[in-house]
Design a protein around this ligand. Sequence first.
Ligand code: F6P
Length: 360
Amino acid sequence: MGERKRIGILTSGGDCAGLNAVIRAVVYRATGTYGWEVLGIRQATQGLMNRPPQFIPLEIEKVDPLLTAGGTILGTTNKGDPFAFPMPDGTLCDRSEEIIAGYHQLGLEAMIGIGGDGSMAILRRLAQQGDLNLVAIPKTIDNDVGVTEHSIGFDTAVNIATEALDRLHFTAASHSRVIILEVMGRDAGHIAISSGIAGGADVILIPEIPYTIDSVCRKIQQRQEQGKNYSLMIVSEAVRTETGESVVSTNRLGQCRYGGIGQYLADEICSRSGAETRVTVLGHIQRGGTPSPLERLIAAAFGVAAVDLIAEEKYDQMVTWQKRQVVSVPITEAIAQYRAVDSNGTLVKTARGLGICLGD
Ligand code: F6P
């Protein structure tokens, strides 16, 4: 047993399946093995900005039922950069010192931050500025954090998108339709390529590979000539129109989000090939629900490894998954490398090898 430390844990950025499983693993390791105290910080860094700082004391009894629970019991946000925090009067204010003061007020000796590359860059900047001991755990259904093969949330999102394709298959075949499934992933096509292969899609469009509608229509026609009266297509939300415009919508607060590429493709394919098309936008369903077994496994491994890094006083590190091992790397290294789909990598080659049309 080491000295009795008090550590914090927070979740930042969009939620996903597996976050609670990480929290559970951290509490098991920190309290069970090392006898430390764990405070769960509410609503990402906002919990440290509030006065008094907002937290939940975490014990094994509290986190025990969390293995299969979706979301995050701590709450999270993907808004409100503390270095340019939106104030009620419309101005932006640097509130980083309040967060740093919150950390010290709680008497934390270290903090585990679970987030994507954007959250990690913010947390690291806070840690550097305020001398906070930070260990990071990568999380994002987009799976675009550099260096790690898996981020928390990705595997479950792939499972959900694959199941959606499985279901759409039958209705597409019954009605002789082209059904397009639009999935998330921000600027990376990891969810689309993985679930597209796993779910037997005929066409997979990802932002990393330019496409033409004609190529997609040729594939649909080829299938018809082979007696296959339907086609299943999966498209990543950041795929652009054929002429290169991104398809986004902006709400009344001026926030811009991807969405609508599926409908654009459906209209174009229908008018050029005459095929009857339908669109399903999977949306936030990809972030919810019970984490997959692989997700829980990685969550457990990341949680234990992050606590062990604190025990060794190895800070400014992120845990990563590489070849079924947890390896820690400097946070700067992880956020410096964006991980897009490798257009010459195994998954793209596999898709091509199966005769799946990638639109090019
Ligand atoms: O980064 C995760 C993600 O789910 C993206 O795939 C998606 O574009 C975005 O977040 C949606 O964000 P929000 O929850 O703000 O709508």
